[in-house]
Write a protein that binds this ligand. Structure first.
Ligand code: SF4
Length: 297
């Protein structure tokens, strides 16, 4: 039996589009770790791993013949690691995996704003090509309610900055995150940020309240009313309908396990087809029905 040469500190997460990527943990946990709906790293105390350990992992994989066509740096916001660690990690990847096509990373707006443009450009030159930013919502009330740690204007500034520094930007928004009360604000704010920033990739997740999180407690107490299936389709429809993608083509995906049906395309080219599909889903969905909770997220 084949033994994978390195061990990870679990749990380990990566974006769906990095499903085939080789993962290396640069940081453990998340430096924010406060978002009310998120339980991903609650069991972990945030820390930056020693560079010797990161390099050891990379070299062990390379020397064992582990394929590294695409590489993703974990955990929750590895872009928050100090420059010296990130530079050394990327240089080691370049040497160990000269054929690696792309290195990706999770980033928060704070991570991006805390680095200078020169620093981000340097990381990009060293092969860090794509950053995944959890916008969740473009509305400040919602961002405050979910303790995201950044305002919508910081999200906008960070998105434009990292694109300007040569990165591809992948933005993730959460359907239903503001509950029924803030659905209009969620639509308006999110469409505005998407139009302003025009990320190269954009995806939706659907919000489910995870037991043990503050978000779940708020749902249980009736402070947040989850959206029905029909309302979720409408929210997705209206965000896309109100967004203008004028700067570059946007690869759009709503194929996460949390979403009710997979949907995708290139925007603005496929916008009308996608909106028609959503209208059909709305028409075929009874009122008052809620989406089934996914088995694994
Ligand atoms: S920044 Fe991301 S990983 Fe960290 S707590 Fe928020 S959602 Fe979870």
């Amino acid at each position: 039996m084949y033994n994978f040469p390195i061990t990870y500190e679990p749990p380990v997460y990566r974006p769906p589009s990095e499903g085939r990527s080789l993962l290396f943990q640069v940081t453990i946990g998340c430096s924010n770790n406060l978002c009310t709906y998120c339980d991903m790293y609650r069991s972990k105390t945030y820390r930056v791993r020693p560079i010797e350990d990161i390099k050891k992992d990379i070299l062990l994989c390379a020397n064992s013949g582990v394929h590294g066509d695409k590489i993703f740096l974990c955990d929750g916001d590895a872009l928050g690691a100090p420059m010296a660690i990130l530079e050394e990690t990327l240089l080691t990847i370049q040497q160990a995996y000269p054929d690696c096509r792309r290195v990706g990373i999770y980033a928060t707006a704070e991570n991006i704003l805390n680095k200078t443009e020169d620093e981000l450009k340097r990381l990009n030159q060293l092969g860090l090509e794509i950053a995944y930013l959890g916008l969740e919502s473009g509305d400040d009330k919602i961002l405050h309610m979910i303790v995201k740690g950044n305002t919508s204007s910081e999200m906008r500034e960070a998105s434009l900055k990292i694109k300007e520094c040569g990165f591809k930007l992948s933005i993730i928004a959460m359907l239903g995150v503001g509950g029924q009360k803030y659905t209009e604000e969620h639509i308006e704010g999110t469409a505005k940020i998407l139009s302003d920033t025009c990320p190269e990739f954009f995806s939706f997740l659907t919000t489910f309240s995870v037991p043990g999180t503050p978000y779940h407690t708020m749902v249980e107490r009736g402070l947040i009313k989850p959206l029905t299936s029909k309302m979720l389709f409408r929210e997705m429809h209206d965000i896309l309908a109100k967004s203008h993608f004028d700067l570059n083509p946007v690869i759009f995906r709503a194929n996460h396990v949390s979403n009710q049906h997979p949907l995708g395309g290139t925007l603005p080219r496929d916008k009308e087809v996608i909106l028609q599909t959503l209208k059909q889903w709305m028409a075929n969905t009874p009122e008052g029905m809620f989406p089934p909770k996914p088995h694994q997220m």
